[in-house]
Design a protein around this ligand. Structure first.
Ligand code: SF4
Ligand code: SF4
Length: 409
């Protein structure tokens, strides 16, 4: 595995001609005060450094450069040599995680992976993640499985976790992360308090998604407290061996539920299940769709309302761009896009939230300002992470909530 990763890293970094075009679109570079190592070109240079250090058994400290990458892939679409600094970062994190390169592994990353492996949820709160479904009934005979992947639900806990880490201080928080990595059950003793209004808001968004699907005549199964998190963190943080085992467990649960079609609700889970699972889980053949693919049966009030749509990276900057949210919105409203949209959309900063929250704050504020400049009365997002980070005013609304507000009856 390690030799394949080194080859992959070499083939990516060797294409770079050091022109610096990628720096013009990399959101982390300005947010980090133009620290070269927290920008796209710096990550490619660090990739070379890591390669030479592993090949020559040297030591190096390259960790923050890669862990601060948002994996948005914006750099790929402006690079004349076809380099993807996001891929460089991901492969490098995988080398660090798989090879134990001393002093480089981020303790928080290890903790998230350990807790997820034990509880099938990064915070050990699977049961709480099913609370939004209270009062509704799942159709256990349906082969259509609504799969939230716990993503909307987890948003209520991220800010709380960051406050807890701030209170503890950086040093103590790293020590605690190391301890919990070895003893993941300790996470159950941590005072995990959700932000109640975010929790309510996210639960409402999930209920609205279920409503849209039901209005379109789809009968849904849902796993409730048994629904596992899909393993996004484990994959993104480079724990590929663990991810292979974890994804196989999730796939088994999904298969045993009788699902023939998995209905995802967020871009990260959709991308992971559709594009990554088939590469890691042998025989993973369940159809993966996004809920917006299935709501054609609903009727919406059309109109001339001006709205702005923020496109998520995992839809617009992946090889097969997924444009259904934009098409759906265009069928019922006048959609404005900010200058950075389509293949140049700008990440909300969310993927850095747990390890580099200060970068996330700066990136999300600058993206929010760009979206506000379009002067629409509403800003529509299509991802719980984008919503949670861009929700800086009452005009920001999740796409499911917007669509429900436009239902004919
Ligand atoms: S744009 Fe491409 S070739 Fe230019 S510095 Fe960035 S990665 Fe290297
Ligand atoms: S993937 Fe995004 S954050 Fe990472 S280097 Fe490229 S543009 Fe920067």
């Amino acid at each position: 595995m390690i030799s394949e990763l080194l080859e992959e890293l070499e083939s990516e970094v060797s294409k770079c001609i050091s022109c610096g075009f990628c720096e013009s679109v990399c959101p982390t570079l300005p947010a980090a005060g133009y620290d070269l190592w927290k920008g796209a070109r710096g990550r490619v240079i660090m990739g070379r450094e890591l390669l030479s250090s592993v090949q020559n058994h040297g030591s190096t400290n390259v960790s923050d450069s890669f862990y601060s990458c948002l994996d948005c892939h914006a750099c790929l679409y402006v690079c004349p040599a076809g380099v993807n600094a996001g891929k460089v970062s991901h492969v490098s994190k995988s080398i660090i995680a798989g090879n134990g390169i001393e002093g480089n592994e981020n303790p928080l990353a290890r903790m998230m992976a350990s807790v997820t492996m034990r509880y099938m949820n990064p915070l050990g709160i699977r049961e709480k993640c099913s609370e939004w479904f209270h009062g509704m009934e799942a159709d256990t005979n349906s082969s259509d499985l609504l799969y939230t992947g716990n993503m909307y639900q987890l948003m209520a806990y991220t800010q709380g976790m960051n406050h807890m880490r701030e209170k503890m201080g950086k040093g103590m928080s790293l020590i605690m992360s190391r301890i919990i990595s070895s003893l993941p059950w300790l996470i159950k003793l941590a005072p995990m308090r959700p932000d109640v209004s975010v929790s309510r808001k996210m639960g409402q968004s999930l209920s609205n998604i279920a409503l849209l699907l039901r209005k379109s005549g789809i009968s849904l199964n849902y796993l409730g407290k048994d629904e596992p998190y899909p393993g996004t963190f484990i994959y993104d943080l480079g724990y590929l061996d663990l991810f292979r085992q974890y994804a196989a467990k999730v796939a088994k649960i999904l298969k045993e539920s009788g699902a023939r079609r998995i209905i995802t609700v967020d871009p990260h889970t959709y991308d992971l299940l559709k594009n990554i699972y088939p590469k890691y889980v042998e025989g993973f053949d369940i159809e993966v769709v996004h809920y917006l693919d299935l709501i054609e049966g609903s009727s919406f009030k059309g109109g001339n309302e001006n709205i702005t749509y923020h496109e998520p990276c995992h839809f617009s900057l992946r090889e097969d761009a997924y444009n259904k949210p934009l098409e759906t919105l265009r069928s019922i409203a006048q959609v404005n896009l900010p200058p950075r949209s389509g293949r140049r959309t700008k990440c909300c900063g969310g993927p850095d939230e747990l390890i580099f929250p200060e970068l996330t704050q700066k990136i999300s504020s600058s993206r929010y300002d760009e979206l506000k400049e379009t002067k629409s009365r509403k800003i529509v997002t299509a991802c719980p992470i984008c919503f949670s980070n861009l929700n800086k005013g009452p005009e920001v609304i999740e796409i499911g909530d917007y669509l429900v507000s436009k239902l004919k009856n």
